[in-house]
Write a protein that binds this ligand. Structure first.
Ligand code: HEM
Ligand code: HEM
Length: 179
């Protein structure tokens, strides 16, 4: 491998980039569905857009699990940034990962407490996280809604940071995640 090849070697490998953009797309869809689906009450049935929210949610759980396992075994090349920016980006990314786990798990636990099945592609049934009627599962529905807003704020910060790198600092940070 010569120096030119080294310089062009992508920071994140193809699978990491694919998962980043696939999950970003699913999460945008999930927010839109979450906002436009009917309000969920005690006797609501998991039909229509609610079924879509559970289905897309199951896909997010699977994709995030793949992503975390891939990330744990395929560390990206570190970006050349100041200590302050490195610290800030590590903190934001760690929080994003935490929310990528916590938001879906809270939604899933809430679905279980309502007796709703969570299935990947409508086929593979995930285990119930709480018992039907569980008060904890019920409370986790509120946690899910609140944490989804925290996640949205962090995503906004993350996107602004990516654009700041591109437009103001004019470095190659955005390129690191592009094809
Ligand atoms: C739902 C939306 C998104 C989520 C949850 C998300 C999450 C993440 C996470 C967790 C990382 C850290 C990757 C790692 O080191 O393992 C990352 C990296 C990155 N994301 Fe996003 N992202 C989202 C959308 C976007 C968008 C829209 C952009 C571009 C405008 C973007 C640009 C980047 C870039 C450039 C990196 C690499 C940063 C670096 O090199 O350190 N992301 N993203
Ligand atoms: C990152 C992924 C997710 C995002 C961004 C998200 C977002 C949302 C949003 C915005 C709402 C509406 C909240 C409100 O109106 O107060 C909602 C509700 C809900 N979501 Fe999710 N969701 C995600 C994943 C999941 C998953 C994986 C499941 C289950 C498998 C799920 C199940 C639910 C349920 C049951 C509700 C109704 C909660 C209630 O009103 O008590 N969500 N979600």
């Amino acid at each position: 491998m010569n120096l030119n090849t080294l310089a062009r070697r992508p920071a994140y490998d193809g699978f990491a980039r694919l998962l980043h953009w696939l999950i970003a797309l699913l999460i945008v869809a999930q927010f839109v569905i979450g906002w436009i689906m009917p309000d969920v009450h005690r006797d609501t049935l998991p039909n229509g857009l609610i079924a879509w929210h559970l289905g897309v949610g199951a896909a997010i759980v699977a994709a995030v699990a793949c992503r975390i396992m891939w990330r744990a075994t395929h560390a990206p090349q570190p970006a050349e940034l100041s200590r302050a920016l490195t610290l800030m980006s590590h903190l934001t990314h760690a929080l994003l990962y935490l929310l990528l786990i916590a938001v879906p798990l809270a939604g899933w636990a809430n679905a279980s407490s309502r007796g709703w099945a969570v299935k990947l592609f409508g086929v593979v049934r995930y285990p119930d996280l709480t018992q039907s009627g569980s008060p904890t599962g019920h409370a986790l529905g509120d946690v899910h809604s609140v944490l989804a807003w925290v996640m949205l704020a962090l995503i906004a910060l993350h996107v602004c940071a990516a654009l700041f790198h591109r437009v103001v600092l004019k470095d190659d940070v955005l390129q690191r995640m592009l094809p």
